[in-house]
Design a protein. Structure first.
Length: 300
């Protein structure tokens, strides 16, 4: 992994890590993480609304609070698991646990407070949704381990981050209509594989050194072909979900616009330029917002 200067035969200084904020795959710790966790909730809440009606704004607000709390809890869990890895990466070495500013015991106490508040939010929902929401906790706890044992941690992140696609519907209807919820959930998982693989290309050099796995390292130069496949699966799943709940023209227009956005994103992506990967990753919030707008207009 060492590179040498032709002039001095000494290790050439490595460029400093780009000042990109961390995102869910690296600790759920940036505002982007909250949005990417929250938006699938808004999709299902919007799809569950009665025809001609706006989504339930009380539930949208409640899920917004829940997304902030669970994003924070995921951040704590991730930093607890990864404190030894974080010490070896310049971008994460200053995190409180990695830097030794707080102890693991105090982290457990803080995590307990976060989960207690999240439980209060969950208890505002019906019994079916309480059980369904509690089931996601196992994914939140185990996701950070996946990068140690598989090249597909982004897939597990997709299962975790899109749980709201199931929970939002059940919070309104009292149970899941699997003909709608499953394809919507699958679309979210495919979406996560797209944006998180793009993000992972920023850290691939450090990941190789410290032994962390990712889809970026798995796909390598074939990344764009894989991203294209995930995008196509996402669009098809969204169409199936829309057909099964009788969505209308604005919804499919939004799906088409999302397809154009993803195509442009993948076509112009430079996986060897971290700043471009960050820019493409950050643009995915627009994908989620666009779909929500399409759902609302389709209902109306």
């Amino acid at each position: 992994q060492r590179r040498y200067s032709a002039a001095s035969c000494r290790p050439a200084p490595r460029p400093p890590a780009p000042p990109f904020p961390p995102h869910p795959a690296r600790g759920f710790c940036h505002l982007s993480g909250t949005w990417l966790l929250y938006l699938p909730c808004t999709w299902s809440i919007g799809l569950a609304a009665e025809p001609g009606c706006l989504p339930d704004w009380r539930l949208l607000s409640l899920f917004g609070v829940g997304a902030v709390l669970m994003r924070g809890a995921g951040c704590t869990v991730n930093d607890m698991w990864d404190r030894d890895y974080d010490k070896k990466v310049a971008r994460t070495a200053s995190r409180p646990l990695a830097a030794g500013d707080i102890s693991t015991f105090h982290s457990f106490i803080f995590l307990g407070g976060q989960l207690s508040l999240a439980l209060c939010v969950l208890m505002c929902l019906n019994y079916y949704s309480i059980v369904l929401g509690a089931a996601s906790l196992s994914l939140v706890i185990t996701y950070p381990l996946m990068k140690r044992i598989t090249y597909w941690p982004q897939l597990v992140l997709g299962f975790t981050f899109n749980w709201g696609a199931l929970l939002g519907w059940s919070a309104i209807k009292g149970s899941c209509d699997w003909s709608v919820c499953l394809p919507l959930y699958l679309a979210g998982v495919m979406w996560t594989l797209v944006y998180d693989t793009i993000y992972a290309h920023q850290d691939k050099r450090d990941d190789i050194i410290i032994g962390v796995k990712s889809t970026a390292l798995q796909f390598k130069e074939d990344t764009k072909q894989w991203l294209s496949g995930f995008s196509l699966a996402m669009l098809l799943s969204l169409c199936v979900a829309g057909m099964n709940c009788n969505q209308t023209f604005p919804y499919y227009s939004a799906v088409a616009a999302i397809g154009a956005h993803l195509a442009q994103q993948i076509y112009t992506l430079d996986i060897d330029k971290p700043e471009d990967c960050w820019k493409k990753f950050a643009s995915n919030r627009s994908v989620g917002v666009l779909l929500f707008i399409g759902i609302v207009l389709g209902n109306l």
